[in-house]
Design a protein around this ligand. Structure first.
Ligand code: FAD
Length: 139
């Protein structure tokens, strides 16, 4: 099993409805392929963690990386692991609002900039993001 975390910049004009459309496709796919993780959307950036079988993570990441709904996709980590951070969800969703404050040594500043995150900070970041997480009711 591996864990992959990347950051990206949303396409201009991307709306919450576009993000819901992504989640609607992602949740069943990820459950079916035993992928867990979390997608965080701040309005400007995405931060996503994907965990699962190496070939499954690689396949979905290849699609995600070429998706026109975001750009400047940069890997933060891709490493073997035995433990899932997000065992209970196919794909959690966390919308980071301006009012949400993250307690992080890096990557916060005036506004959240996940490109500044370092690998050692990621578990703590996702723990905090999980507290803002929603389970989306997707028809
Ligand atoms: P298609 O649905 O055929 O799409 C091909 C391309 O068309 C896409 O790459 C995209 O550029 C564009 N497109 C598709 N739908 C729309 C739309 N509604 N509006 C605008 N453009 C569109 N998929 C997962 O299964 N699991 C995930 O965890 C996951 N995470 C994602 C995270 C982010 C930040 C983004 C942007 C996408 C994510 N996706 C995820 C979606 C993934 O990129 C693919 O769209 C999806 O896997 C379907 O693949 P497909 O080959 O059938 O693509």
């Amino acid at each position: 099993m591996i864990r992959l975390v990347y950051v990206s910049t949303c396409a201009p004009g991307l709306s919450i409805d576009d993000v819901y459309a992504i989640m609607k496709v992602s949740q069943p796919w990820n459950v079916q392929h035993e992928l867990s993780g979390m997608l965080c959307w701040s309005g400007e950036f995405f931060l996503q963690c994907l965990e699962g079988d190496r070939s499954e993570v690689s396949k979905i990441f290849a699609k995600i990386a070429t998706d026109r709904r975001h750009h400047r996709v940069e890997l933060l980590i891709a490493a073997p692991t035995n433990v899932r951070w997000f065992g209970e969800w196919g794909m959690g969703f966390s919308q980071l609002m301006a009012s949400h404050r993250l307690d992080l040594p890096r990557g916060r500043g005036e506004s959240f900039n996940p490109y500044l995150l370092e690998a050692v900070d990621l578990e703590r970041t996702f723990e905090q993001l999980a507290t803002f997480a929603q389970r989306l009711a997707i028809d």
